[in-house]
Design a protein around this ligand. Structure first.
Ligand SMILES: Cc1ncc(COP(=O)(O)O)c(C=O)c1O
Length: 385
């Protein structure tokens, strides 16, 4: 462990869907509502709204928060997904720097980026490590800003004893194949807010046949067979996360005595669930160039890389080269005047310094594979120590 298990329980629920003849929530399918309820209950939320992927959930969340053309959405700059969802809605992503140890949004850096245009804030719990979500929510709500938690990496992950995704106004979860609960594809919004649940539902159950359009709602429904597998996999999720923690402990042990590597960790109250195992390279402490370490990782075939995407979200061509929706939208939208280049080098100096030194492993592998990888990592580190 961890390896994904699909067995008679999953097959039985899929059979239930097929035998019912109702393959969609639109024609009376019951598995999607069951999955929504079970996922919401497991996380301690009032409402669950299932969709076809987490990008859909993020997009529907940004719209439901009321952000559109000319509005700003505060995003973190490690993962690009929040910024992309913002741009789907024709709104402008505004980036806030991170804590270089946790890689998560720095609550102290938020206030300076808030303007009268700010409608929402999207915070990612990066790699499965909870951000300081209580402080982030406090700042945002003081300014009337809707908080969307991107929990794609952080299912059943607690901060101060309460699951992430239930601290802000909406939590967004991914069931994409590589995630802690892979269903091929899928996503879920959680919220305690009845009004937001209603708005999100318009994108998750909107009729497509003989229907009258009263609003611009997207067809982001989850299909019933996916929901069926979701119900079965949710029962295994605590076991998967336990397995990820065991795998991460093996990788931790491999670098335990290494003075040029710091683990991506927060305080004990932020319970890491390790969708990814992260660490930061600090070769400057012993005069070790980054490229030497990257070369040894390759020579030892560790299977752990450096740099992640090698660029903060605002350096992705989508944003830096204005490739978005074309014709200057949304970043040069006429409704968004007088802003010039919003994304200069040095915008978020901590994340820019961090990126080349990010070390990332993928712990969702069988125990023996992780143990072998940990051995290779230990060997690489010992060659350079
Ligand atoms: C942090 C984060 N947010 C959102 C997404 C989008 O998820 P999905 O593939 O379900 O749309 C991903 C997917 O990799 C992600 O890592």
């Amino acid at each position: 462990m961890p390896t994904r298990v699909f067995d008679d329980r999953d097959l039985g629920l899929v059979r239930e869907v097929l035998q019912s003849g109702h393959l969609s929530i639109l024609d009376g399918g019951q598995l999607t509502p069951r999955f929504q309820k079970a996922f919401a209950e497991a996380h301690g939320a009032k409402h669950g709204v299932a969709m076809n992927c987490a990008m859909s959930v993020l997009h529907a969340s940004v719209i439901s928060a009321g952000a559109g053309a000319g509005d700003e959405v505060i995003c973190d700059p490690v993962c690009v997904f929040g910024a992309m969802a913002t741009m789907y809605a024709n709104a402008i992503p505004v980036f806030v720097d991170v804590n270089p140890v946790t890689w998560n949004m720095d609550p102290d850096a938020i206030e300076a980026r808030i303007t009268e245009r700010t409608k929402a804030l999207i915070v990612t719990h990066v790699c499965g490590l909870p951000a300081e979500i209580d402080r982030i929510v406090e700042v945002a709500h003081r300014h009337g800003i809707v908080v969307i938690e991107d929990c794609a990496h952080a299912l059943l992950t607690r901060y101060k004893g309460k699951c992430v995704g239930t601290w802000g106004d909406i939590g967004s979860f991914s069931f994409q194949a590589s995630k802690q609960m892979g269903l091929g594809d899928g996503g879920m919004a959680l919220t305690d807010n009845d009004e937001l649940a209603g708005k999100l539902n318009l994108h998750a159950g909107a009729p497509t046949f003989m229907s009258v359009a009263y609003g611009m709602h997207y067809n982001y429904r989850m299909s019933e067979p996916v929901a069926a597998i979701g119900i079965a996999q949710l029962e295994r999720l605590p076991g998967y996360i336990e397995g990820l923690r065991r795998a991460a402990a093996m990788l931790d042990a491999a670098v335990a005595d290494c003075e040029f590597i710091d683990l991506q960790r927060g305080p004990a109250e932020a319970e890491h669930s390790f969708h990814l195992w992260g660490a930061t390279f600090h070769g400057e402490r012993i005069g070790l160039p980054r490229d030497d370490f990257a070369r040894v990782l390759e020579e030892e075939q560790v299977g752990i890389g450096m740099g992640y995407t090698n660029m903060p979200a605002y350096r992705h061509p989508l944003i830096a080269e204005r490739l978005g929706a074309g014709r200057g939208c949304p970043l040069d939208c006429p409704l968004y005047e007088g802003t010039g280049n919003q994304y200069p080098d040095g915008l978020c100096p901590k994340v820019e310094a961090l990126f080349p030194n990010i070390i990332l492993g993928y712990p969702f592998q069988p125990d023996d594979a992780v143990a072998a990888q940990a051995d290779r990592l230990r060997r690489a580190v010992e060659r350079l120590a």
